[in-house]
Design a protein around this ligand. Structure first.
Ligand code: SF4
Length: 345
């Protein structure tokens, strides 16, 4: 039995190995992240299709994400020195916040600054590249019963109307039936369907998605009627302009770039003596709890877990690998793998 969390990690690994970006392989590459999105909608797995050269140039700006304020500064910074208020477009909020972002960019070494009297001048260090090509969102539902399908149907309708991602997919456990049960559920036809065997990591595409108009205005569904006889209210929605969508997409991509999907340790207790990493098909390490005898979820693996026990200090000071504090050996292992999938300077 695979929990939703474990299935999600397996989907991430499958996507990392198998996903074929649209367009030529030589020009595009992919990386994968999990549990990202907006205030209203968070996706389980995100596949980012990127321009290969652009992604390499993005590495100049370091491994940490650039938030919306930093992006405003580095994307608009000129090649020649200029007073920041003259050279940057008005941000739509007070200039003092822009000044603060300039200092942050300077501290991170991604922008050049100098003073002319009490005026701050800026100049770009590198052009911020156009690295993001497409965002593909995958919802993981290993066991899609009727009630899970209803809930998922609403979420997918929201995604299709908003079109923030270029494609949305559902990944479900492969049953081997002639017709995979997921296809019999009432899901929007714009969503693709992948049937995945989490053990062997083989996936089959059961239904191809439609490409969503990510560069056009989106419709945000705010409220929908309950759908029964007593509720005659109209659905409420609002339009979202293409520029806002483009900004949100890039901010999501920046967070994905920083985090990847192996960062699950950040919300778990790798310093617990029962915490293990298990080697799986596809050269993947997934968490395993010795006390529970299975893969624990991120929610279970916390300080409030009834079985939590700190790892003995001797594990940290005597033996393999020697360096580091609590849970450090696991963090290091996953961090190394995460880095391999994201080009560095
Ligand atoms: S015992 Fe609890 S805290 Fe420790 S590894 Fe297992 S789930 Fe995580």
């Amino acid at each position: 039995m695979t929990s939703e969390f474990e299935f999600e990690l397996r989907t991430c690994r499958w996507a990392e190995r198998e996903w074929e970006p649209a367009g030529s392989d030589a020009e595009r590459t992919v990386f994968v992240a999990r549990q990202l999105g907006t205030k209203r909608r968070r996706w389980d797995t995100l596949v980012l299709e990127c321009d290969r050269d652009g992604l390499r140039e993005r590495a100049n700006f370091g491994p940490d994400r650039l938030d919306g304020n930093l992006l405003h500064v580095v994307r608009n910074a000129p090649a020649e020195w200029g007073y920041y208020r003259d050279v940057l477009p008005h941000p739509g909020y007070p200039w003092r916040y822009v000044r603060e972002s300039i200092h942050r960019a300077d501290d991170r070494g991604i922008l050049e600054t100098r003073r002319d009297g009490n005026r701050i001048q800026i100049r770009r260090k590198w052009t911020y590249p156009d690295w993001l090509e497409r965002i593909v969102a995958i919802e993981n539902k290993p066991d899609l019963d009727a009630s899970a399908a209803r809930a998922l149907g609403g979420q997918l309708e929201y995604d299709v109307a908003m079109a923030l991602a270029d494609e949305v997919w559902v990944a479900t456990r492969k049953t081997g039936d002639r017709v995979e049960p997921v296809l019999l559920e009432d899901l929007p036809i714009e969503a693709g369907v992948i049937a995945l065997d989490p053990e062997s990591l083989s996936g089959e595409i059961e239904w191809y998605p439609r490409t969503l108009p990510a560069n056009e205005p989106g419709t945000r569904i705010l409220e929908r009627p309950a759908g029964n006889d007593r509720d005659a209210s109209a659905a409420r929605f609002e339009y979202v302009d293409p520029q806002t969508k483009a900004d949100v997409r890039l901010e999501i991509a920046e967070r994905a770039y920083e985090r990847g999907w192996r960062s699950f340790l950040e919300t778990m207790r790798p310093d617990c003596r029962h915490f293990q990493l298990q080697s799986r098909e596809g050269n993947q390490l997934t968490p395993h709890c010795d006390a529970k005898g299975r893969c624990q979820t991120a929610a279970e693996c916390s300080s409030s877990c009834p079985d939590v026990e700190p790892e003995p200090p001797v594990w940290r000071t005597n033996g393999w690998p020697i360096e580091g504090g609590p849970g450090k050996r696991y963090r290091q292992l996953l961090e190394d793998r995460r880095r391999r999938h994201r080009p560095e300077q």
